[in-house]
Design a protein around this ligand. Structure first.
Ligand code: PMP
Length: 400
């Protein structure tokens, strides 16, 4: 028998989505959910995904059989090339174990479960702030979480000196360090290339284990290679690290739960042993991963025309988001809204970290039906030509 478990607070983002759906006011806006919306405010099926999906359904050999424990082979192979590069020396060295996972969350979970069992340190350092679910996932895997400084409210940018100071003076050899590969969630602030190079040096000197979370490759800048800079830089310099890869945003395959975990080992012999351990963990958790999203991604990555279409689709999404950043900033500036708004265009990716206070966010929800996280994070994909001006006016009202 179990004692009646106490009720706990609902997940803040999913709770916000529920409140938005229940709101009957006509001009409501959802800036909470991290999902792309078209300029009409609708979910968007990427043309490359639509084409691949039609092709798969039309194939007479299509079926619903289980995938292997590690997932669809063509998928994990081509996914690893997307992240490490087509001609990656690391991939040729056979030091990577690639497993298909239940999207990026599942990759974080499987990676954490693996490290919790086999890494010398059970401490993971995460940025302050980070994606809220990192705490839940890492706690569930029995890792001990510590935070390193990241966001500087004064500059609305990276707290670089404090970040370095913490890594240099407070970490222990073997500790894990979580790094957002690009388009940091929630701040939209990434280290520069030079700062990544310095980070790599500190991480080597302090013998930390890099744990990359890559949920926005290509979605951030529109360029897959640009957004993979940090991972590829580390790939040439670090013997051991891992990458969690999500195709939720960059393929718009949110609900299909399409991701991968790539664990880099010191040698190919160690990597094959890691494969066996990942198989055991995956079998116990989910047996085998979901098939449909992986089939779609594999079909796109195997076909040069569909691959090119994907690159175009990434530009469509990232360009619309960048345009909304500029438009929002210019509306706020023409309203003479107190404060500076350059950070809206300096930040990158799906989210903008506005600097709005929890009280101001609450007023936006209550008075204007504009739904956003209480930390002031907004999804830029929730903006469109029809609502950006009225949202700017509402922000202006609550800021004054
Ligand atoms: N990591 C980060 C930083 C994210 O922002 C997200 C999506 N919100 C994920 C991982 C994983 O998302 P999913 O499980 O939908 O791939």
């Amino acid at each position: 028998m179990i004692a009646a478990p106490p009720s706990i607070a609902p997940d803040p983002i999913f709770h916000l989505i529920g409140l938005y759906k229940a709101d009957t006011r006509a001009d409501k806006a959802d800036l909470g959910v991290g999902a792309y919306r078209s300029n009409e405010g609708k979910p968007w099926i990427l043309p490359c995904v639509k084409a691949a999906s039609e092709r798969i359904q039309a194939d007479p050999s299509y079926n619903h059989e289980y995938l292997a424990i590690s997932g669809l082979d063509e998928y994990t192979k081509s996914a690893s090339k997307v992240i490490f590069g087509q001609d990656s020396a690391l991939l040729k060295s056979n030091r990577v174990s690639s497993f298909q996972t239940v999207s990026g969350t599942g990759a974080n979970h499987l990676g954490a479960a693996f490290l919790s069992k086999f890494n010398s340190s059970k401490t993971i350092w995460v940025s302050d702030p980070t994606w809220g679910n990192h705490f839940k996932v890492f706690e569930t895997a029995n890792l001990q979480i510590k935070v390193y400084p990241y966001w500087d409210p004064a500059t609305r940018g990276l707290n670089w000196e404090a970040l370095k100071d913490t890594l240099q003076n407070q970490t222990s050899p073997g500790d894990i360090i979580l790094l957002h590969a690009c388009a940091h969630n929630p701040t939209g602030v990434d280290p520069t290339h030079q700062q990544w190079e310095e980070l790599s040096e500190i991480i080597s000197a302090k013998q930390l284990y890099p744990f990359f979370d890559a949920a926005y490759q290509g979605f951030a800048s529109g360029d897959l290679d640009h957004d993979a800079f940090a991972i590829r830089y580390f790939a040439e310099r670090h013997a051991e690290f891992l990458v969690c890869q999500s195709f939720a945003k960059n393929f718009g395959l949110y609900g299909e739960r399409t991701g991968a975990l790539h664990i880099v080992s010191k040698t190919s012999v160690v990597a094959r042993a890691v494969d066996t351990q990942l198989s055991a963990l995956q079998r116990a958790e989910i047996s085998s991963p979901p098939a449909y999203g992986a089939k779609i991604v594999a079909a796109i990555l195997a076909d040069p025309e569909l691959y090119q279409q994907w690159r175009n689709d990434l530009i469509t999404m990232s360009a619309r988001i960048k345009e909304m950043r500029t438009t929002l900033k210019s509306h706020l500036e023409s309203l003479k809204t107190p404060g500076t708004w350059d950070h809206l265009v300096d930040q990158i990716g799906m989210f903008a970290y506005t600097g709005l206070t929890p009280g101001q966010c609450q007023r936006l929800v209550n008075e204007f039906s504009i739904y956003l996280s209480s930390n002031g994070r907004v999804s830029m994909a929730g903006f469109n030509d029809s609502n950006v001006k009225s949202i700017a006016k509402a922000i202006d009202t609550v800021v004054r």
